[in-house]
Design a protein around this ligand. Structure first.
Ligand SMILES: Cc1cc2nc3c(=O)[nH]c(=O)nc-3n(C[C@H](O)[C@H](O)[C@H](O)COP(=O)(O)O)c2cc1C
Length: 206
């Protein structure tokens, strides 16, 4: 595993990664503007330890939904966290290729339904196929929240956010969206699903 630091020859911005960014997040110069500075080598024997340490970072699991006109869609997301409490704001990491990304970027709203620890069926439905291929919300009990986004009735609770679009971060394959909380609530008792619990139980779960 070799990560390098890349310096933008146009503005001096430094990015770390295996490859230079597609464009400079500071001055928007193209990839060709980046020159490599230093090399950080992870010796082979450290690579396994680095990967295992990454696996110890814990997450929950959520169905993140959004809208575009009359259309609605949702996807599984583990990269959601509350980034500030006053004002209450959440950040999510969403792949640019996802239909949900397209919807959030255009409507500037999203909702996150918090999955319970037995909700494997929702992960299977929302996490492995795109809404471009089929209507993932068809037949799923939902309520429409204040933002117009659907919320899963069978989740243990939800938050709804309005995007702070000037705070969206280009993270390469993903965008990091930051949203201010504009609604939410608890829908039932239950323990939230964690990413680790999902992976430990997914092969035996219904
Ligand atoms: C356990 C799990 C966690 C996931 N976490 C994320 C995530 O944090 N961000 C993301 O963009 N995709 C994540 N995905 C993948 C998306 O849910 C998946 O690509 C989905 O099919 C995208 O659907 P869409 O094209 O309808 O938006 C995850 C999938 C699974 C199974």
């Amino acid at each position: 595993m070799i990560a390098q630091s890349w310096k933008c020859s146009s503005c001096g911005h430094v990015a770390i990664g295996l490859f230079p960014p597609e464009s400079c997040p500071a001055c928007h110069a193209g990839r060709e503007a980046f020159i490599t500075e230093h090399e950080f080598l992870f010796p082979k024997e450290e690579t396994d330890a680095v990967i295992k340490a990454c696996w110890k970072v814990s997450y929950g699991l959520y169905v993140v939904t959004s809208v575009q006109g009359e259309r609605m869609n949702g996807q599984i997301c583990n990269t959601l966290f509350q980034i500030t409490s006053d004002p209450p704001r959440f950040a999510i990491g969403i792949n640019r290729r996802n239909l949900t990304h397209e919807f959030i970027a255009s409507s500037e709203v999203f909702a996150a339904s918090i999955l319970g620890d037995g909700d494997h069926r929702f992960v299977r439905r929302f996490g492995y196929r795109s809404g471009r291929d089929f209507d993932k919300l068809k037949g799923i009990a939902t309520r429409i929240g204040r933002t117009g986004c659907p919320v899963l009735e069978e989740s243990i609770g939800y938050v709804e956010c309005a995007l702070l679009s000037d705070k969206t971060v280009d993270a390469g394959t993903h965008s990091i969206f930051v949203g201010e909380v504009v609604g939410g609530g608890i829908l039932k008792d239950g323990e939230p699903m964690t990413y680790a619990h999902y992976h430990a139980t997914k092969s035996s779960a219904q």
